[in-house]
Design a protein around this ligand. Structure first.
Ligand code: ZN
Length: 326
């Protein structure tokens, strides 16, 4: 098997040259710290990268830095049955204290068969304080021959005490071309891939989420209704109310939709109008808003988001927002 095409190599992650260089150097010198934290935007390959490093650390083929993909350790890892590689992922949106305690218990035993036991903690920024404190205790007195790799979203106010006990590896948003390439590799047509790459701001993970949940199609509808000068919200109340209901039906995916509306308004503030080309029926007459009007619309989105966080009636919040966006 060609290890370059093996999904357990961290080099298959697109971009992230800084992280690759750093890890290649540490692995080649066999100087691995007891804890890494991979920090960067959501959906840019941090978990995939951590899995590649985990496979590489325990691979039996020492002639290369990356995992060979064929030794017994790599085969077990690929099948998801490696006894010394543990994945801890958020449950219902957060890593819980019980998961950290269980992980700490397992770390007190030696690895079954490998050089190192490896724990991959996904999205540690989702931890509440008590879970984070529990993880800190483990990081303060790291049991020997264990490697903890955490991933965290960059913009999140991470506990600095946590990052100070780990070696931080920075991850960044991908370029437009890399994002489009990942999306087309997964079978999306070029036009959709380009739109998603543009809206996901270099996060293929986010792009896939947007493509799956009808968020993009609804975003297009909202844009068409609120920016078309041919639609008068006072006259065409029915259209607006119907659209509000559709938005409300997105439930927790309203927030990513709001994110897209922000990108569109921010673009208009900067004088960029290319997104409108992605709307069907390019014959709509666009409304022209000045800076003040654009800021008012951005504020309306902030306000709607706050109201949703306070559990206000979802349909009502969306309807009011649509009227304020017009
Ligand atoms: Zn191997």
């Amino acid at each position: 098997m060609n290890s370059d095409s093996s999904p357990i190599c961290f080099s298959v992650v697109r971009g992230q040259e800084k992280a690759k260089k750093l890890l290649r150097r540490s692995l080649a010198a066999d100087r691995i710290p007891h804890a890494y934290i991979f920090r960067g935007p959501d959906g840019v390959g941090k978990s995939m990268f951590a899995r590649g490093v985990a496979a590489a650390v325990n691979c039996h083929d020492t002639s290369q830095v990356e995992a060979c993909g064929v030794c017994s350790s790599c085969r077990k890892f690929r099948s998801g049955n490696h006894p010394d590689i543990l994945m801890v992922s958020p449950e219902k949106g957060a890593i819980k204290i019980g998961q950290i305690r269980q992980m700490a218990r397992e770390l007190t035993y030696p690895a079954y068969e490998s050089k190192m036991r490896i724990v991959i903690l996904e999205d540690v920024h989702t931890m509440r304080r008590e879970a984070a404190n529990s993880l800190l205790k483990t990081l303060e007195e790291p049991p020997a021959d264990n490697l903890l790799m955490s991933t965290a979203e960059a913009s999140h106010g991470m506990l600095s005490t946590l990052t100070s006990r780990c070696q931080t590896v920075p991850f960044s948003a991908l370029g437009f071309a890399d994002t489009v390439a990942i999306l087309t590799d997964k079978g999306l047509d070029t036009g959709t891939a380009q739109l998603l790459a543009r809206l996901s701001e270099g996060s293929p993970g986010k792009a896939f989420l947007l493509s799956k949940k009808d968020i993009i199609s609804l975003w297009k509808e909202v844009l068409a209704v609120v920016s078309d000068s041919g639609i008068d919200s006072h006259r065409d109340v029915g259209i607006v109310l119907q659209l509000g209901e559709k938005m409300a039906a997105l439930k927790e995916n309203i927030v990513p939709l709001f994110g897209l509306l922000r990108i569109w308004l921010r673009d208009l503030l900067m004088g960029k109008t290319d997104l409108i080309a992605f709307l069907e029926g390019g014959d709509i007459r666009l409304k022209k808003w000045n800076t003040e009007q654009l800021f008012a619309r951005l504020q309306a989105i902030d306000q709607a988001e706050k109201e949703l966080a306070r559990n206000c009636n979802r349909s009502l919040v969306c309807e009011v927002l649509l009227f304020r966006l017009q």
